[in-house]
Design a protein around this ligand. Structure first.
Ligand code: ADP
Ligand code: MG
Length: 478
């Protein structure tokens, strides 16, 4: 039998506000344990939560970016569960009336097709603290610094069909929240966490199968692996005549498998009810339009513009617009290079991303200013240096040895384009290799490349390659 997977993701995005969603305590990451949880975050008797307006703006910004409905009235609810890192005994979340509903994003898949994925809802809630299991001699420590940090939970429709689509969707949301500046998107620090709901059904069957939920996968690579494993596991069970149990599972990256964590809670288990400490959140047009005015150019629009304006392929434009900072860098290179868009794309995609990758740096910490790279491309274009020598210039600029002109001067890398000078070197090379010259004249054409190599060697790569070819050909014939 042929099987098809059905996948829906729930992504928890930590909003990059300076203070918490219902208190004034700092959200800064990495402070000593329990130094940033105030009485409100702990839910001590007599305190009242006060909603952080910036968190609301960020949620609305996201909603507008996915062309969703922004609720004019949404309601905070208490979601009860008992866990040591949740001191109040409930989490403030949104349930029946979330702030954002019915949006969508478009995925640009590797095979060149586009796929629209629905977003059911996105709601505001507070994060819990953290349990720390190491260093307490068998006991568990609790760090409540994270308690009360604003989260936006983004719930997709069950529209995804393969692990690759799920990873592409996760990347898309990551790109989007980074563009919007509403989340730092640091997966290691838990800024951006993903739960994957997975089920399988026979191809052609309309009804969904029973799903499992894989909790807290914070890597694009692991989400793909975890889902692929889970699909196989469910198919094996069904083909052996068994039934999939609806449950929550954990992905073990070291073993590459998922395993059961707990049976799935139902909504009733949480005893949701509207939080009496918080008024319904009412937004007017002016507020929403004020947020709309702060939207940047979004990734899809930028990608389309890069293809149109710079003549880039979908692939090139997709990578260059994957991060807003990278897209900005690229445009600065193009500008400094006097509009050499394709050349700039080649250098940014290969040399620059390669160098960043090698040193484990992201574009924000790139040691090479965009203006320097653009300036170097001008020097390729005007014939001052060849593309090959440019790699040497690139490396020197990367090491901080100045801009392209400074490096070219300091290292004497200017290209030799004087035909007489090249002619003299060609004569020398031919005179030094009488034997090869004789073989060439006897019909061993392949030696042409040998002579080119010798001329380039004699000029330390600086001779204009095209001229070397022409002059050499002429002299060999003569
Ligand atoms: P819960 O509140 O229990 O987490 P929801 O109905 O809100 O459940 O769905 C959570 C996620 O699970 C959504 O992303 C949704 O698209 C996805 N989902 C729902 N049913 C299925 C299914 N049968 N197979 C795969 N994913 C599903
Ligand atoms: Mg869920």
């Amino acid at each position: 039998m042929e099987w098809e997977a059905v996948i829906g993701l729930e992504i928890h995005v930590q909003l990059a506000t300076r203070s918490k969603v219902f208190s004034g305590a700092s959200t800064r990451y990495g402070a000593p344990p329990n130094t940033q949880a105030c009485a409100i975050d702990l839910g001590l008797p007599g305190v009242l939560p006060v909603l952080n307006e910036e968190a609301v703006r960020m949620a609305v910004k996201f909603g507008l970016a996915i062309e969703a409905e922004i609720a004019r009235r949404s309601v905070f609810a208490r979601k009860h569960y008992f866990y040591p890192d949740l001191p109040k005994g409930y989490q403030i979340s949104q349930y029946e009336l979330p702030i954002v509903r019915h949006g969508h994003v478009t995925l640009h898949l590797e095979d060149g097709t586009a796929k629209r994925v629905g977003i059911t809802r996105a709601h505001l809630e507070e994060d819990a603290g953290k349990s720390v299991h190491e260093g307490f001699g068998g006991l568990t420590g609790i760090d409540l610094n994270r308690a009360g940090t604003p989260l936006l939970e983004i719930v997709s429709e069950p529209d995804l069909r393969t692990p690759q689509e799920a990873a592409a969707y996760m990347r898309k949301i990551h790109t989007l929240v980074r563009y919007l500046g509403i989340c730092d998107g640091n997966l290691q620090e838990g800024n951006f966490r993903c739960d994957a709901n997975v089920s399988v059904r026979p191809v052609g069957q309309e009804a969904f199968g029973t799903r499992t939920e894989i909790k807290n996968v914070n890597s694009f690579r692991f989400i793909e692996k975890a889902i692929a494993y889970e699909i196989e596991r469910q198919i094996d069970i069904l083909e052996a005549g068994g039934r999939v149990v609806q449950e929550t599972r954990l992905y073990d990256a070291a073993k590459g498998e998922t395993r059961p964590m707990r049976s799935k809670e139902e909504a009733e288990d949480y005893r949701y009810f509207p939080d009496p400490d918080l008024l319904p959140l009412v937004l007017d047009e002016a507020f929403i339009e004020g947020v709309r005015a702060t939207l940047p150019e979004l990734p899809d629009a930028k990608r389309a513009r890069f293809m149109e304006q710079y003549g880039l392929s979908a692939y090139e434009a997709g990578i260059l617009t994957g991060e807003r900072a990278l897209a900005d860098y690229y445009e600065q290179v193009v500008e400094a290079a006097g509009g050499e868009a394709k050349l700039a794309a080649n250098w940014v995609l290969s040399e620059l991303l390669g160098a960043l990758n090698k040193e484990g740096l992201d574009i924000e910490r790139c040691p090479l200013p965009a203006g320097h790279l653009g300036g170097m491309l001008r020097r390729i274009q005007d014939g001052t240096i060849s593309g090959k020598i440019a790699k040497e210039v690139f490396e020197a600029m990367w090491r901080g040895e100045g801009d392209a002109d400074a490096v070219i001067e300091a290292k004497g890398l200017r290209q030799i384009t004087d035909p007489e000078a090249i002619g003299r070197i060609v004569d020398q090379v031919l005179a030094q290799h009488p034997q090869q010259l004789e073989q060439y004249r006897a019909g061993k054409d392949k030696l042409f490349g040998f002579f080119v190599g010798q001329v380039m060697k004699a000029t330390r790569g600086r001779a204009n390659p095209q001229q070397v070819n022409e002059i050499l050909r002429r002299k060999l014939q003569g």
